[in-house]
Design a protein around this ligand. Sequence first.
Ligand code: GDP
Ligand code: MG
Length: 370
Amino acid sequence: NNVITVCELANKMAVKSSEIIKKMMKLGYIVTINQSLDKDMAQLVAEEMGHKVTIYHEDKLEQDIMKNRDISNERVQIRPPIVAIMGHVDHGKTSLLDYIRLTKIASQEAGGITQHIGAYHIEVRKKIITFLDTPGHAAFTAMRSRGAQITDIVVLVVASDDGVKPQTIEAIQHAQAASVPILVAINKIDKPNSEPEKVKNELIKYNILPEEWGGDNIFVNISAKTGEGIDNLLKSILLQSEMLELKTTISGMATGLVIESFLDKGKGPIATILIQEGTLKKGDIVLCGLEYGKIRAIKNSLGKEVQFASPSIPVEILGLSGIPIAGDKVVVVGDEKKAKEVSIYRQMKFREKKLTKKSSFKLSNIFEKI
Ligand code: GDP
Ligand code: MG
């Protein structure tokens, strides 16, 4: 069970491969630079050469850090729904998201401009709805492929002058596979050639049926151009959300998901996240995919700095060691030093995986702490 080549071990210890070869010869082993060593041998050589070896077992580190999290779930509350808009190209997804954003967010609060952070939330009748601001299927598919489920409700936009199209069907399949309820927004009803009833009929084939026909899908006729029906759509989202009884704890250390990330030249890595459980506080230590960090600042979707982030409200976080990937889990942990170790460990595992995909040898599951 060989885990590391002589050359790799030399790199980790910052010595020349020839030094290892010489050392091993003294110990009675003849090896070449590309030969791989097993764990015991690698440890022996490293220690013989004066290095302290820490062996990280796959689960131990992570288990330790996860075990020491405060996951008190005393305070369970209803949380806002997270809504994804899906549908065929040109059926009006962007127009709908824009209409809702422009009419429902008090952009004056942010000094005129509403930042684009991949998601936004609005308040309707004192209740909050969060929209994933990434129209199309990309975000949804990316999340799903990474095993992350973030969407509570899919609003399926179907243009009433065009009907069910390939991407409409694809969206239905994604939502159904994920068991996410589908709310149908029949769009462009302002158009003279609009045929909303025809859309309803076309959808029967895909098991999408309005309540009056014995199904359980909510249908709303809208126009993303004139705004007609959009208040009704928002009310329906709240209704659907109530039926889902979305609850989570707001006490204890937060967990969440990354929905977007980028590198800001001045501020460093920035991630937009949605908290799923608990409350995130400024100064918290997080593990985030392969990265870790101490939360330096939290900003809401209006660009305002806040001290906390609660479930389902999108926020930007600053302070990560690198740029995470959409779908990465964010987990608040208790210990920065240990978080760093886990992050290093995860990065190593990640590189190993990439390497083993390319070549047959397996890189170590040991590494040096110098
Ligand atoms: P997306 O590809 O699904 O994001 O679709 P867009 O929002 O970009 O819309 C495609 C086109 O349809 C644009 O020219 C929109 O102005 C137009 N459109 C969207 N919604 C409506 C609507 O309700 N009525 C009318 N008449 N046009 C619309
Ligand atoms: Mg679009």
